[in-house]
Write a protein that binds this ligand. Sequence first.
Ligand code: SAH
Length: 458
Amino acid sequence: MAKLTPPVEKNQYVTVKFEDLTHEGAGVAKVDGFPIFVQNALPEEEGNVKIIKVKKGFAIGRMMETTKESRFRTEPPCPVYKQCGGCQLQHLKYEAQLDYKTKQVKEVLARLGNIKDVTVHPTLGMEDPWNYRNKAQVPVGESEGGLVAGFYKQRSHDIIDIERCMIQQEQNDDVVQAVRKICSKYGIRAYDETKHKGTLRHVMVRYGATTGEQMVVLVTRTKELPNKNKVIEELRARLPQLKSIVQNVNSKKTNVIMGDETTVLWGEEYIYDNIGDVKFAISARSFYQVNPTQTKVLYDKALEYADLQGEEEVIDAYCGIGTISLFLAQKAKKVYGVEIVPEAIEDAKRNAELNGITNAEFEAGKAEEVIPAWYKKGISADTLVVDPPRKGCDEALLNTIIDMKPNRVVYVSCNPGTLARDLQVLEGGGYKTVEVQPVDMFPHTTHVECCALLVRKD
Ligand code: SAH
């Protein structure tokens, strides 16, 4: 193919009309078929754009003047929306965000998985799409006045001090602010990633939406935490809803937030939360969905797609603390869960006990190793659920599924791109994707969660 010569050059002004949004939420306009990406622009909008960068297959522009505004534009309510990298879609009306996500899922399934003949349902949204996050994970830095805690500026590691985050449960913001003030008062220094010095790296807070219980995790570079006892004492005095104060040591030069060493400084190792009628104990290191309202919607959909009659053997791959497994166990003969984080498996076992569920078994390990080993031992599934991280399922797991031939596969995914890739593999192995239900777990961000149902063709 002949190389497409970009029809625009740096610093040029062009008048354009926007047609689409990228997966990162930027507006897309075309000049002679060549895409121009402009932050904050929306489909249907028109305006004058200055080209600031020209790359091989696209250019990046900046909106200089908008001549026509989208019907779907709205005033972003968050005062730091433009600086903060956390949300990307606050300027788009919520209904339109849901339509955008549905369209994106359809488009990605077709383009990356060649899956066209499938029903993609309209994205299930929230009635009140604010203050939904049950977990805050906030980097800590320093300014002249002491510690700052907030969010990274878009595409940078500068920290913006934020007292209120509009998608966060307010109780979590309160804890972050209390930690910031107390640690400032006791002379605890923020971690400096360029010098690899200082102490406090991140504050993580978890909130059990149905119990009101909170856990705070101080992620530090060193095991030593200056004035530790005073910090604990004051946190407890200021925040009576705290059930657990935890320290996690991460001494590495890394962007990964948590390190390997976790100690309870005060209180419980767990906080509790309920999803539907199942109760969960959640520890510092375990994965737990961040939007409790929509988690229920997602799990109900997974359960509906699993269509259990009570006699099935079910495998839940990437089971975390056993959330989906325990939902399924209420309707199945037996559930086997597998998960890579050993602490999460401990939580899963504890959660089964907590709910009097005796037909669920859990094993720690890689899904792509444990499930083939189970299969060799004669453990097979009528229904198989997968809920992998963003990178999707390992090929070895997909091949085992194809050999094992469960009647139904329910694929829960937080990344439509890897979902499309994996569905294509399963389709090649005898499965048909019947329907896909996107669920809005992360309003005002470009992230989209999906639940897909596959059945065997024969
Ligand atoms: N189903 C759970 C967890 C989903 S998140 C829930 O809804 O809460 C994905 C999980 O996969 C995480 O808990 C992560 O630790 C786990 N994981 C990542 N790679 C894995 C692998 N190779 N094998 C098994 N589990 C893995």
